[in-house]
Design a protein around this ligand. Structure first.
Ligand SMILES: *Cc1c(COP(=O)(O)O)cnc(C)c1O
Length: 546
């Protein structure tokens, strides 16, 4: 077998441990699970990221029933000082960044940049993840991209290729291009073709408006051109500068994060000339982190799966009681819905016709657990959080809202609920990894056919589908009615009247997810389908001279 290439993995956030607050949500947890799987499989990888001093956001409900953001400062004594410092010119001033090493994953070191140094310009830059406004976002991305490449060099790391997880690290490409030009005295275009042979890119956002764009005036002011010419930068990312388009043009291969998302992304970017081909590599989750050991051993050893699940459910109910002072019932069907508070996730779809749901809540047939967080600047998202909270006040016996959604809450709920609900407006969920965590724990998915679910779903056998994949004007209404129908005619009767079938479905769910939706499978595919497919020098040169 040939030697695996060393991949330098760049990401704005990493969800490695609940107490290590350098992540926000799905993107970071994916990145964390990738590092962990690369560690387990002994794959050569190095991570590059940022040490966010204040993390993303701690969000609690204020007395007025609305979410309130807090930004405590975190300290991490386990990080090692590499002694390396790099600097990046931002707004015409040198900004220094110290490089920390997180060596918790042995063969997969994670290097984190930190501007929080005495006498530094912009020392607060690496404060809040996704915080503040446009200029600061660009500056943070310059630290990650340009600073990240400089850090690897100062550490004497020689990666075979660079993986940009989403487009935030795109400026790393500009730093690689600038270096090639200086080293070999070649043109921008030549350097771009050469650099391109060692970059791959994962795109995540299935909605065009969700992709990050910046005006050239602002980029120029910030110094993001990194000494390169404006025309060349426009040629790369368009005008305004689209970070995803630039990433597609700087990489030899790109991927979407589920099979359906691959199709969506190919359609969405078909008009971009000279873009990398977009494959689909479906996300996976790290079993060691997200799969309950007791549930898994009951599954593997043909033990009492219901009892193991009951234990996980009790743990969740205990913790919710400790946090909220409300004790849910262990023998009532419990649905979980925990996601970033964004309108397309349609968390309130189930409340569309209360005359259907209210009797179930009042008769003790159904309990619902919500959790979610809105971006500090997202007022619509905050309305959604406030609505979950208001519903929990209105139905205190049967609806709870768990504040400050994070990895701890995510793990608790994807182990302890009976059913995991997911009803985004199609096709806006790129992947949706919380459903994979649930599936591995025998928590049955009840979901529209979006993201990963079309790949895993066998309706009535390992979970249920809502609707038939329809996309159109009346999607909200049709999905809501379908949700009610499946809930009333399949989920509830099976739960209360056919425990044997329920146990069988749990088993089928665990069997479907454990390997196919594992981070190990995903990382193998990254190496086999992307990293090991680096183009030969001459073919790329032929393309460049066309
Ligand atoms: C798994 C996880 C996510 C991603 O799940 P989605 O299904 O994409 O919403 C986000 N946040 C937390 C805390 C998680 O554990």
């Amino acid at each position: 077998m040939s030697k695996k290439p060393l991949c330098a993995y760049f990401c704005m956030e990493y969800g490695l441990d609940p107490s290590f607050k350098i992540y926000s949500g799905g993107l970071g947890i994916l990145a964390g699970d990738i590092l962990k799987a690369a560690h387990d499989l002994e794959m050569p990888m190095v991570g590059v990221g940022i040490l966010w001093r204040q993390g993303y956001d701690r969000q609690v409900i204020h007395e007025n029933g609305r979410p309130m953001d807090c930004f405590p400062e975190y300290r991490y004594d386990f990080l090692k000082d590499t002694g390396v410092e790099v600097s990046v010119e931002i707004r015409g001033r040198e900004v220094r960044a110290k490089v920390w090493l997180c060596d918790c994953f042995g063969n997969v070191p994670l290097y984190l940049l930190d501007t929080n140094l005495p006498d530094n310009n912009d020392s607060l830059l690496t404060g809040q993840l996704y915080g503040w406004f446009n200029e600061e976002r660009i500056a943070q991305e310059m630290i990650l991209g340009i600073g990240g490449i400089r850090a690897l060099e100062a550490l004497h790391m020689k990666p075979d290729l660079y993986h940009f997880n989403d487009s935030h690290p795109a400026f790393a490409g500009l730093e690689l291009i600038r270096r090639e030009m200086e080293k070999d005295g070649i043109t921008f275009q030549e350097a771009r073709e050469s650099v391109r042979r060692s970059i791959v890119f994962t795109t995540h956002t299935p909605v065009e408006a969700g992709n990050e764009v910046h005006s050239h005036d602002l980029l120029q002011y910030m110094g993001a051109y990194n000494g390169l010419d404006k025309e060349d930068i426009i040629d790369l990312g368009g005008d305004p500068f689209n970070m995803t388009v630039a990433s597609l043009r700087m990489s030899y291969m790109a991927n979407g994060v589920a099979q359906l998302h691959g199709e969506t992304a190919r359609k969405m970017w078909a008009k971009v000339e000279d873009a990398a081909p977009i494959l689909a590599i479906t996300n996976g989750v790290h079993n060691g982190t997200w799969q309950d050991a007791q549930v898994y051993s009951a599954y593997r050893e043909e033990g009492d799966l219901m009892a193991a699940h009951g234990e996980a459910k009790r743990k969740m109910i205990d913790e919710i009681e400790r946090r909220n002072g409300v004790r849910l019932k262990e023998d009532v069907l419990t649905i979980g819905f925990a996601r970033r508070a964004a309108p397309y996730k349609r968390g309130n779809l189930i409340f569309g016709r209360m005359e259907v749901v209210e009797p179930l809540l009042k008769e003790g047939k159904l309990q619902i657990i919500f959790s979610g967080k809105a971006h500090p600047n997202d007022l619509t998202g905050k309305d959604i959080v406030a609505e979950y909270y208001a519903m929990s006040q209105k139905y205190p016996e049967s609806i709870v809202f768990v504040q400050d959604y994070d990895m701890t809450v995510g793990a608790l709920l994807t182990r302890g609920c009976d059913v995991w609900l997911n009803n985004p407006r199609r096709p806006m969920e790129a992947s949706g990894t919380s459903g994979m965590k649930a599936a591995m724990n025998g928590v049955l998915n009840l979901s529209v056919l979006d993201g990963w679910w079309p790949e895993g779903c066998e309706h009535g056998a390992n979970g249920w589908q809502i609707g038939d994949g329809y996309e159109g004007e009346d999607q909200d209404e049709l999905d809501r009615e379908s949700l009610y129908k499946v809930l009333l005619t399949e989920v509830i009767p099976t739960y209360y009247e056919d425990k044997e079938k329920w146990a069988k479905m749990m088993r089928a769910s665990i069997s479907m997810a454990t390997d196919r939706f594992s981070a190990a499978r995903m990382v193998h595919e990254y190496y086999d389908l992307m990293y090991s497919q680096k183009p030969e020098e001459n073919t790329a040169e032929k393309k460049a001279s066309k």
